[in-house]
Unconditional design. Structure first.
Lengths: 399, 252
């Protein structure tokens, strides 16, 4: 038989054997399919508020240590707009925060007015419940400062004379960050694609990549068992070269990655909306999509082969593989979106295979892939895969 | 080819594992001729498995040379000490998988799988997963997989460890049949009675060195001029100065 055809047959048969073994290991499949799917569901809802412009104000309680008429007037005005209740002492406010009756507290210290009779933001303490989102806290603080500024302006206008007072008092009370009054924020991807970033659009590619890299568990399981029980030696005695053994596994697990992809798209497109989340957009560039998924899959399977080749036991491989995946995922922005990272971490995340995959995948999923973004990342992923495969072959070539 | 022409030859072979300070094998000579069974005896760690790997071509010798026939003319098969197959596959799936690794047609592959099932008496267990089979069935499968290669040279590394007497007798019978049909066999084991039953020649290894080798009957006559040995175990104890137990423990 022609040698190339024979090697091809060997690879196909090894890949088919890997699939038989996979299908007989339901626990491994659960890790590979359900773990990332559950993460997509959870994160699509967890991050929902992070990626929208309007944040609800937390329910606020007040303690007025300065009970001057101006403070009372200001608080009443605030409460008419945002609601909230008054507590007689700090201890009561603290208790209400603890019980969850309110989410935030405002304590107006005495004296609120400075020597010139103007209210001071420094004389206000804001207390927050432990579960108040940073964005909501930021909004409360901004609205509070804006509100104090209005009182200062009114006070200054009153001193300036009746005409100024009429001008200031006739202007409506407006929210600084209210829905009607916020500047329109547009991220670059939104400008380029005309789409809004949603949590599901962020989560599906991120957790898909994470799930794809978890093939280390089944690959290590089979390869280490083959090494330990002499099956690799036997395959060598059957004239099967290391390249065919690795090639068979490579093909089998790349196919698995594509099935994972289909499953995750299904979850993002149909399951998340069923539960009240946003639906995943699927109208993306197919050619870039196929290229970035193939390159990501190659990198994921190759890294798994590398770990399996260089570890001595399944426990060792599972611990190293899982740990490395979590670390790479954290660096790349899988767990915490990159936009929430500080600039330094964002730079670090650009040097992770999962980061390259995530950049490329998000460009595709957000609808604005172009060669400038895609080609460097696809090249890096393919080079990474080639290096991992080469090192795995080198390690296993003498078995 | 002449009956006495070596089909496998190792001359002054030495081997040292990376990072080790001592040689695993030193100046080892092995000759295997057509239709001959050579018993490879030695305590654990004596170098038997290393020698088999070298003869099989799975490792390269550090010194000396190994002359193997061209694989286009001869086929060599290995029965490893471990159950070297996939425990989650059935017996027949394992046989089909390994047959599929050979450069033969699919018809020939199917024929060999059928023959291996019949010859190894695996019919009853063919559809059973290997990990659900007894030790005896697994040993038969281990041998059956090697026989898919229709070997002219068969290297067996402790093929009967941990099995019942019936399965052991069956495997020994199979090896004897192979030898009678012209297959050359190198049989590494701890069991003296198996070597006596199957092999005409022996190679006695300890600490990587050949202590004795040659025709078993001649060696039992004590070529150094002493009293003939009563059995193979006496011969073994004479050369190694220790006994060899089934468990592999060495008793000085």
């Amino acid at each position: 038989m022609n040698n190339v055809k024979h090697r091809f047959n060997q690879i196909v048969r090894i890949a088919s054997k890997e699939w038989k073994l996979l299908l007989r290991n339901p626990h491994g499949l659960v890790v590979l399919f359900f773990m990332p799917a559950v993460f997509v569901l959870v994160m699509s809802f967890t991050l929902k508020n992070t990626l929208i412009a309007n944040i609800d104000m937390p329910t606020t309680g007040w303690v007025l240590e300065d009970e001057s008429p101006l403070v009372t007037h200001w608080m009443t005005e605030w409460q008419e707009r945002y609601g909230g209740r008054v507590f007689s002492a700090r201890e009561d406010l603290q208790l209400a925060l603890k019980d969850g009756r309110i989410n935030a507290g405002v304590i107006v210290l005495k004296p609120w007015l400075d020597n010139e009779g103007r209210p001071s933001s420094k004389q206000i303490e804001i207390w927050l419940g432990n579960r108040v989102q940073p964005a909501a806290a930021a909004r409360l603080r901004a609205e509070m400062v804006f509100s104090v500024l209005r009182v200062q302006m009114k006070s200054a206008a009153a001193q300036a004379g009746p005409f100024a007072s009429v001008l200031v008092n006739s202007s409506d009370w407006t929210e600084l960050l209210g829905e009607q009054n916020t500047p329109n924020i547009r991220y670059l991807y939104e400008i380029e694609s005309g789409r809004k970033m949603t949590a599901v659009q962020q989560s599906v590619p991120a957790w898909l990549i994470f799930g794809m890299f978890f093939v280390v568990i089944p690959i290590a399981g089979v390869l280490i068992q083959e090494r330990k029980d002499g099956t690799l030696t036997r395959l060598a005695s059957f004239g099967v070269p290391t390249v065919s053994i690795l090639g068979g596994k490579f093909v089998a697990f790349m196919i698995l990655n594509w099935i994972q992809l289909g499953f995750m798209l299904l979850v993002g497109r149909w399951i998340v909306p069923l539960l009240g989340g946003d639906a995943l957009y699927l109208d993306f560039s197919i050619s870039w999509f196929l290229l970035i998924v193939a390159a990501t899959s190659a990198a994921a399977v190759s890294l798994a082969l590398l770990i399996a080749a260089f570890t001595r036991s399944f426990d060792h491989a599972a611990a190293l593989g899982s740990g490395l995946n979590v670390l790479l995922g954290a660096i790349a922005g899988v767990m915490v979106p990159r936009m929430l990272m500080p600039t330094g971490m964002q730079l670090v995340s650009e040097w992770s295979p999962m980061g390259w995959a995530l950049d490329g995948m998000q460009a595709v999923f957000l609808g604005h892939p172009d060669a400038k973004i895609m080609i460097p990342r696809i090249t890096l992923l393919v080079l990474f895969a080639a290096l991992c495969c080469l090192a795995s072959w080198w390690r296993l070539r003498k078995i | 080819m002449n009956e006495q022409t070596p089909v496998l030859l190792a001359e002054h072979v030495g081997f040292r594992y990376p990072g080790q300070s001592t040689d695993a094998l030193k100046e080892v000579d092995v000759t295997l001729v057509k239709g001959q069974a050579v018993g490879l005896l030695g305590p654990n760690g004596s170098g038997k498995s290393t020698l088999i790997d070298l003869l099989m071509g799975l490792k390269k010798p550090g010194s000396g040379r190994i002359v193997r026939p061209k694989l286009s003319q001869f086929s060599m098969a290995l029965v490893p000490q471990e159950y070297a197959f996939y425990p989650d596959l059935t017996c027949v799936e394992n046989l089909r998988f390994f047959a599929g690794m050979l450069d033969i047609s699919s018809d020939e592959s199917a024929r060999r799988v059928d023959a291996a099932i019949t010859n190894s008496m695996l019919e009853e267990f063919a559809e059973k997963r290997a990990n659900q089979c007894s030790g005896g069935v697994r040993r038969k499968l281990n041998l059956g997989i090697a026989l898919l290669q229709k070997p002219d040279i068969l290297l067996l590394d402790e093929p009967t460890v941990g099995i019942d007497p019936q399965s052991r007798a069956f495997i020994l019978e199979q090896v004897k049949t192979l030898v009678a049909s012209g297959c050359s066999v190198l049989y590494a084991t701890h069991y003296m009675e198996e070597v006596s039953a199957v092999c005409s020649n022996i190679l006695l290894l300890d600490h990587g060195t050949v202590l004795a080798s040659g025709n078993l009957a001649s060696l039992l006559l004590h070529p150094e001029g002493g009293m003939p040995f009563s059995n193979l175990e006496s011969l073994f104890m004479h050369y190694t100065k220790r006994s060899l137990r089934d468990s592999g423990h060495i008793h000085e």
